[in-house]
Design a protein around this ligand. Structure first.
Ligand SMILES: Nc1ncnc2c1ncn2[C@@H]1O[C@H](COP(=O)(O)OP(=O)(O)OP(=O)(O)O)[C@@H](O)[C@H]1O
Length: 216
């Protein structure tokens, strides 16, 4: 399946955020800007967790939201669970009672991927792909921070998202662990449409095809 392109424009007056940008199908755009410039706000609106005052976002042929006026309800508002968007933050947010493999399988189940055996096999393949072959039975508290973030990457990607949102995905990692995981992210998102928020120039160089510079 080919990744869709993304087009977004939005304003959030209370947060003093106003922006517009496009991402080509299968490309990664990096959002760079100082604290408070609206990077997280933009990701929240795309993910479906924040309704902007005005704006529109199109993912391929799908209208994610269409908010013509702050005084009116959105004309179109696709709920977060129906957007087919994968969100990865700096915290892995793995379920502590589930193994690494079960966490990945959970992401697939939520995305409607049927068949427990198929999910299990796919989860094993994802563990392999993110460099964790053989560690599928470990619970999050038996993994290092870097290994847990690799599981989180696999959980997001295994669900087959149409758009991937990366919110400072390497910020919580040791400087020693970050480069290898950056390489994993670059490999697994190569053909996907991605919006990346980061403060790190290394992330932009390794992951982004284009950069949006945001100002306060
Ligand atoms: N829950 C909130 N309610 C009101 N204003 C908020 C809220 N969260 C953030 N803001 C404000 O909205 C603006 C944009 O914040 P946002 O978190 O999107 O910026 P950011 O670029 O992601 O910053 P950072 O790099 O610090 O994460 C800031 O002025 C911030 O103070």
């Amino acid at each position: 399946m080919t990744a869709p392109g993304l087009s977004v424009e939005l304003t959030v007056a209370q947060r003093n955020v106003q922006l517009a940008f496009e991402v080509n199908a299968g490309a990664t755009v990096g959002l760079l800007g100082p604290n408070g410039s609206g990077k997280t706000t933009t990701l929240l609106a795309l993910a479906g967790w924040l309704i902007p005052d005005t704006g529109r976002a199109y993912l391929g042929d799908t209208t994610l939201f269409n908010c013509p006026s702050p005084a009116k309800r959105p004309v179109t508002w696709v709920p977060a669970k129906d957007r087919g968007i994968g969100y990865l933050s700096q915290d892995h947010h793995l379920f502590p009672h589930l193994s690494a493999r079960e966490n990945i399988m959970y992401g697939m189940e939520r995305a409607g991927i049927t068949g427990r055996k198929a999910r299990r096999e796919a989860a094993e393949a994802w563990l392999d792909r993110v460099g964790l072959a053989g560690l599928g039975k470990r619970k999050p508290d038996q993994l290092s921070g870097g290994q847990a973030q690799r599981v989180a990457i696999a959980r997001v990607l295994a669900s087959g998202p149409r758009l991937v949102l990366l919110d400072e995905p390497l910020a919580a990692l040791d400087v020693d662990a970050a480069p290898a995981i950056r390489d994993v992210l670059a490999e697994v998102t190569r053909d996907l449409t991605v919006v990346l928020v980061t403060h790190h120039h290394d992330d932009v160089v390794a992951l982004a095809d284009e950069v949006v510079h945001m100002r306060r």
